[in-house]
Design a protein around this ligand. Structure first.
Ligand code: F0G
Length: 436
C-alpha cells in the first residue's frame, strides 16, 4: 500500500496506516482523507493512461483502475471491478441554450454499471473491504449507493446490508439491491437517521462501512476528474457543477483536480460548484451565511422530490465547503420545478438523467441568470444517475401529476389513440414541436 490516512482537521492532522479500518479520526472524530504516494513520476502518466484505453486487461478496462498510479494500492492488488468509469462526455446543445450558455458538456456518470456515479467509488471501497478481510459491508443510502454496494458485494462474495429510509427511495434503486442479493433494511426515518445508525454499527469490528465517509470511496470517485480532463485533452474547463447530497462527490472531484494540479498535469483549477434542492440545501445556507458559522447547521426535515439528495446533515460538508471555496465555485439552491424542467430538457438532448442529476443543470442555469457564470464559459455538468433510476418521477412529470400546479412546459404525456393508421398520421402531422 502506498500512502496513509490523514485527519482533515488542521489542528489534529493525525495520521493512520491504510490498513486501519477507521471511519473517522479516532483522536478527534474528524473526517479522514487518503494521501497517496504516486507510483511513479508524473511525466508520462497521461500517455500511460491513454494507452490503457486500448488494453484488454481487466484493470485497464476499468475507468477507475486505469488511473491506479494515484490509488493507494500495490500493483498486484485484486480489484473488484465491474468495468466502471469510462463514461461519456456529451455535447448538449438544447440544455446549453436552456441554461443561457453557448456550450454545455454533460459528463454522464449514469452510464456506470449500476447506473450511477457510485460505482467509481464502490470498486475501490469494496476492494479495500476484501483486503481487510471484512465479512459484512454496510451502507445507509437514498438508493444509489445501496444498489452499487449490493452489486460489488455480490461480485466479491461479501455479505451486504443496506439501510434505506422506508418509502423514500425510488423503486428502481430498491429493486437493484434486491436483485443483487443484499439484505435490504427499511428504516422508519430519513437518510440522516440511517446514517446515524451506520455510525453506531461501525463500532462492530466485523462490519465495514462504505458510505462516502469512507475515504476509499472518494479515492475512486476522484478519478472522474482525471477522466474528464483526459476527455477534454487536458484543457481545464472553467466550471464544473455537481449535485450535492451527502457531499462526498464534490469533495472527491475537488480532490481529483487538486491532485492533477499538484502533479503538474494541469496549470489551474476549474471552479467547482454544487447544486442542492431548495428543501435540502444545508451547504448553500452555510456558505451564504455572514458571518460564516463555525459549523454547518443540519436541516432537520429535508424535503425534495429528488430523493437521491434528500439529505439534511451531509457528512462531508467540511471537505465540500473547502473545495467550493478553494476553487472559487458556488453553492446554489434550485427549486423543485427548476429540477423537473432541467431534467426534461436533458431528456430532449437525447441524454436523460435522474432528478438529482438535473439539479446540476438547473444550478448552472441559475448561476448564468445571476451573472455569476458568463455564456461563453466552458462548463461541464456532472449527471450522476441514469434516466431509468426514477421512472415514476418522470411519469408523474410528463402526465402533469408531479406538482399540484405543474407548469408542464416540457410535458410529454402518452396519448391514447385509435388503432387506425389514418388517425395516427393526422395526429403526427398536427404535433406541435415548437418547444425548442
Ligand atoms: N446524485 C445522485 C443520483 C445521488 O444518488 C447522490 C447521492 C447525489 C447526486 C449526491 O452525491 O451524496 O456525494 O453529494 N446519493 C447517495 C446515496 C446519498 O445513498 O445513493 P453526494
Amino acid at each position: 500500500m502506498r500512502g496513509e490516512q490523514r485527519c482533515v482537521e488542521p489542528h489534529c492532522a493525525a495520521r493512520y496506516g491504510l490498513d486501519e479500518p477507521l471511519l473517522v479520526c479516532s483522536r478527534c472524530g474528524g473526517l479522514l482523507e487518503i494521501k497517496t504516494q504516486p507510483a511513479r513520476d508524473s511525466s508520462d502518466l497521461r500517455a500511460l493512461w491513454q494507452r490503457r484505453r486500448a488494453s484488454s486487461q481487466a484493470r485497464d478496462r476499468s475507468g477507475v483502475w486505469r488511473f491506479r498510479e494515484l490509488l493507494p494500492f500495490d500493483e498486484g492488488v485484486f480489484a473488484v471491478t465491474l468495468f466502471e468509469g469510462n463514461t461519456p462526455l456529451y455535447e448538449a446543445p438544447r440544455s446549453a441554450s436552456y441554461c443561457g450558455l453557448d456550450r454545455l458538456l454533460l459528463k454522464h456518470q449514469g452510464c456506470n454499471p449500476t447506473g450511477s456515479f457510485k460505482d467509481t467509488g464502490m470498486t475501490v471501497a469494496v476492494t479495500q473491504a476484501v483486503r481487510l478481510g471484512a465479512q459484512t459491508v454496510v451502507c445507509a443510502s437514498t438508493g444509489n449507493t445501496a444498489a452499487s454496494l449490493a452489486a460489488y458485494a455480490a461480485r466479491a462474495d461479501l455479505r451486504c446490508a443496506i439501510l434505506v429510509p422506508r418509502g423514500q427511495i425510488s423503486h428502481a434503486k430498491l429493486v437493484q439491491s434486491l436483485d443483487y442479493g443484499a439484505t435490504v433494511l427499511e428504516i422508519e426515518g430519513d437518510f440522516d437517521r440511517c446514517m446515524s445508525l451506520i455510525r453506531e454499527l461501525s463500532e462492530e469490528p466485523s462490519i465495514y462501512v462504505v458510505n462516502s465517509i469512507n475515504p476509499f470511496r472518494l479515492e475512486g470517485q476522484k478519478t472522474t476528474a482525471f477522466e474528464l480532463l483526459e476527455q477534454l485533452a487536458w484543457e481545464v474547463p472553467d466550471h464544473v457543477i455537481v449535485p450535492g447530497g451527502n457531499l462526498g462527490n464534490v469533495s472527491a472531484l475537488g480532490k481529483g483536480f487538486l491532485e492533477m494540479l499538484e502533479l503538474g498535469l494541469i496549470e489551474r483549477l476549474p471552479r467547482v460548484s454544487v447544486a442542492q434542492a431548495e428543501g435540502a440545501a444545508p451547504l448553500v445556507r452555510f456558505l451564504s451565511a455572514s458571518p460564516q458559522p463555525s459549523s454547518l447547521a443540519p436541516i432537520s426535515h429535508p424535503a425534495t422530490l429528488a430523493t437521491a439528495i434528500k439529505i439534511g446533515a451531509p457528512v462531508s460538508w467540511k471537505k465540500a465547503a473547502r473545495v467550493v471555496q478553494r476553487t472559487g465555485g458556488r453553492a446554489v439552491a434550485v427549486s423543485e420545478l427548476e429540477i423537473a424542467e432541467a431534467k426534461a430538457v436533458v431528456g430532449r438532448d437525447g441524454i436523460g438523467c435522474e432528478p438529482a442529476s438535473a439539479a446540476a443543470v438547473a444550478g448552472i442555469k441559475k448561476l448564468v441568470a445571476q451573472g455569476l457564470v458568463s455564456p461563453d464559459e466552458r462548463v461541464v455538468a456532472v449527471l450522476t444517475g441514469h434516466v431509468l433510476k426514477d421512472a415514476d418521477y418522470a411519469m408523474r412529470y410528463h402526465t402533469g401529476r408531479l406538482f399540484e400546479a405543474s407548469s408542464g412546459r416540457y410535458r410529454n404525456a402518452p396519448q391514447r389513440v385509435e388503432a387506425r393508421a389514418e388517425t395516427i398520421l393526422t395526429l403526427l402531422s398536427n404535433r406541435n414541436r415548437s418547444w425548442t
